[in-house]
Design a protein around this ligand. Structure first.
Ligand SMILES: *Cc1c(COP(=O)(O)O)cnc(C)c1O
Length: 381
């Protein structure tokens, strides 16, 4: 290690002085400093953004359903004067959040009904979702689990009960570790959990769902990459919605994970004003591939209370997929899904490329709008 008294570390150019909050560049690059200096109140945010009336109103509304919290890193990526900045819309509350509509539900995917142990959702035949923490580095305003996160609720996750369930259910071969954000757990705590999961013989695949590489890229260290590598096969699903989230620091974090042999996928949420047009989604998917992340799912926004201003029509998502398929690399195209209310799980939504279906042929439309006929096999002689 070089002597810090002689080392001159420059401030990264992208960090405006108002965001530094007295830190040294070394402190800025420390995830603990970032978490201790998150922006949570109107007063703090006012120092770095020009807040609009509707943001101020939402920030001051007492007892909001979801706490406000944004890392200094994520704030540094915003255009401070632009109230419609697509990154800002995701984490700064607006007036629309204060109104719930009759079609909205606190638990839109019906997870609570499938909770077989505290923190374990078993819905599909061979895989489960583990909610291991209720904390996140920043709170997304459209969070599908806002009923669980940030509430200071006691005991979301009962590790012993979950492990006991998993040991008894030999049909489970895939465990998705999510939350909250599991990468907020200290390395040793996360490793202890992964080791206990790996010790269960029928569990083949581990997955971690996280937004930390986007919100807190400094948390992604070589030590963390090496630790996760020991529990391979372990896939990582990052949550990213806009190409500007993939800054150089985040790219470096993602490449570090890829270099440790951890396959990376991305889950994005279709959000009005953020990514609800084909050009933005195309740029996002291309940037993800540059960062060695394969777009995995594009989610229709769940009908969580106070998210009407984020939700789009289904046609919007189908239109995006129609503009991607055939026009760019197949690897760049996520599967568009809606998580069916009432616990139906993820249902794929696809543009229709079959124009007609007869006993002898199907009539197909290709990506460019041309029509083709595919002959079905003749009856056996
Ligand atoms: C999304 C989800 C999974 C994983 O689904 P995949 O389609 O395999 O990625 C598992 N359990 C629950 C409850 C889920 O919501």
């Amino acid at each position: 290690m070089s002597d810090s008294s002689t080392e001159t570390v420059e401030w990264p150019e992208y960090v405006p002085p108002a965001l530094r909050r007295g830190a040294t560049p070394q402190e800025w690059a420390d995830p603990r400093w970032q978490l201790r200096h998150c922006f949570c109140t109107a007063q703090q945010l006012e120092q770095v953004l020009r807040l609009t009336d509707e943001e101020r109103e939402a920030l001051s509304a007492a007892g909001g359903r979801l706490s406000v919290r944004v890392t200094p890193h994520f704030l540094s990526l915003m255009q401070p004067e632009d109230p419609l900045d697509p990154l800002r819309l995701q984490v700064i509350p607006r007036r629309g959040e204060l109104h719930a509509y009759p079609e909205e539900m606190p638990d839109p995917c019906g997870e609570d009904a499938d909770m077989k142990a505290p923190g374990l959702v078993h819905r599909y035949p061979d895989r489960v979702l583990l909610l291991v923490t209720d904390r996140c580095s920043s709170y997304c305003r459209y969070c599908t689990r806002s009923r669980l996160v940030s509430g200071g609720r006691t005991r979301l996750f009962d590790e012993e009960a979950c492990l006991d369930y998993l040991r008894r259910h030999t049909e489970v071969r895939d465990v998705l570790v999510s939350g909250g954000d599991p990468l907020l757990l200290p390395d040793a705590r996360l490793e202890a959990l992964l080791a206990r999961l790996r010790a269960i013989p029928h569990i083949e695949l581990l997955r971690v769902g996280t937004r930390v590489p986007i919100m807190l890229p400094m948390r992604i260290t070589p030590a963390l990459g090496a630790m996760l590598r020991r529990y391979a096969p372990l896939f990582i699903s990052v949550h990213c919605n806009h190409p500007r989230e993939l800054c150089p620091q985040t790219q470096q974090a993602l490449e570090l994970l890829a270099d440790h042999g951890l396959p990376l996928g991305c889950q994005s949420v279709l959000l009005r004003g953020v990514n609800d047009d084909p050009q933005t989604m195309l740029r996002l998917c291309h940037r993800l591939l540059q960062c060695r992340v394969r777009p995995y799912y594009l989610y229709q926004c769940d009908p969580v209370p106070g998210t009407r201003h984020f939700r789009t029509d289904i046609r919007c998502g189908l239109d995006i997929i129609r503009h991607l398929r055939g026009f760019t690399s197949g690897y760049a195209i996520p599967q568009y899904v809606v998580d069916a209310p009432g616990g139906g799980g993820k249902v794929p939504l696809n543009p229709d490329y079959i124009l007609d279906h007869t006993p002898t042929h199907i009539t197909l439309r290709n990506y460019a709008g041309h029509t083709y006929s595919y002959p079905l096999p003749s009856p056996e002689p």
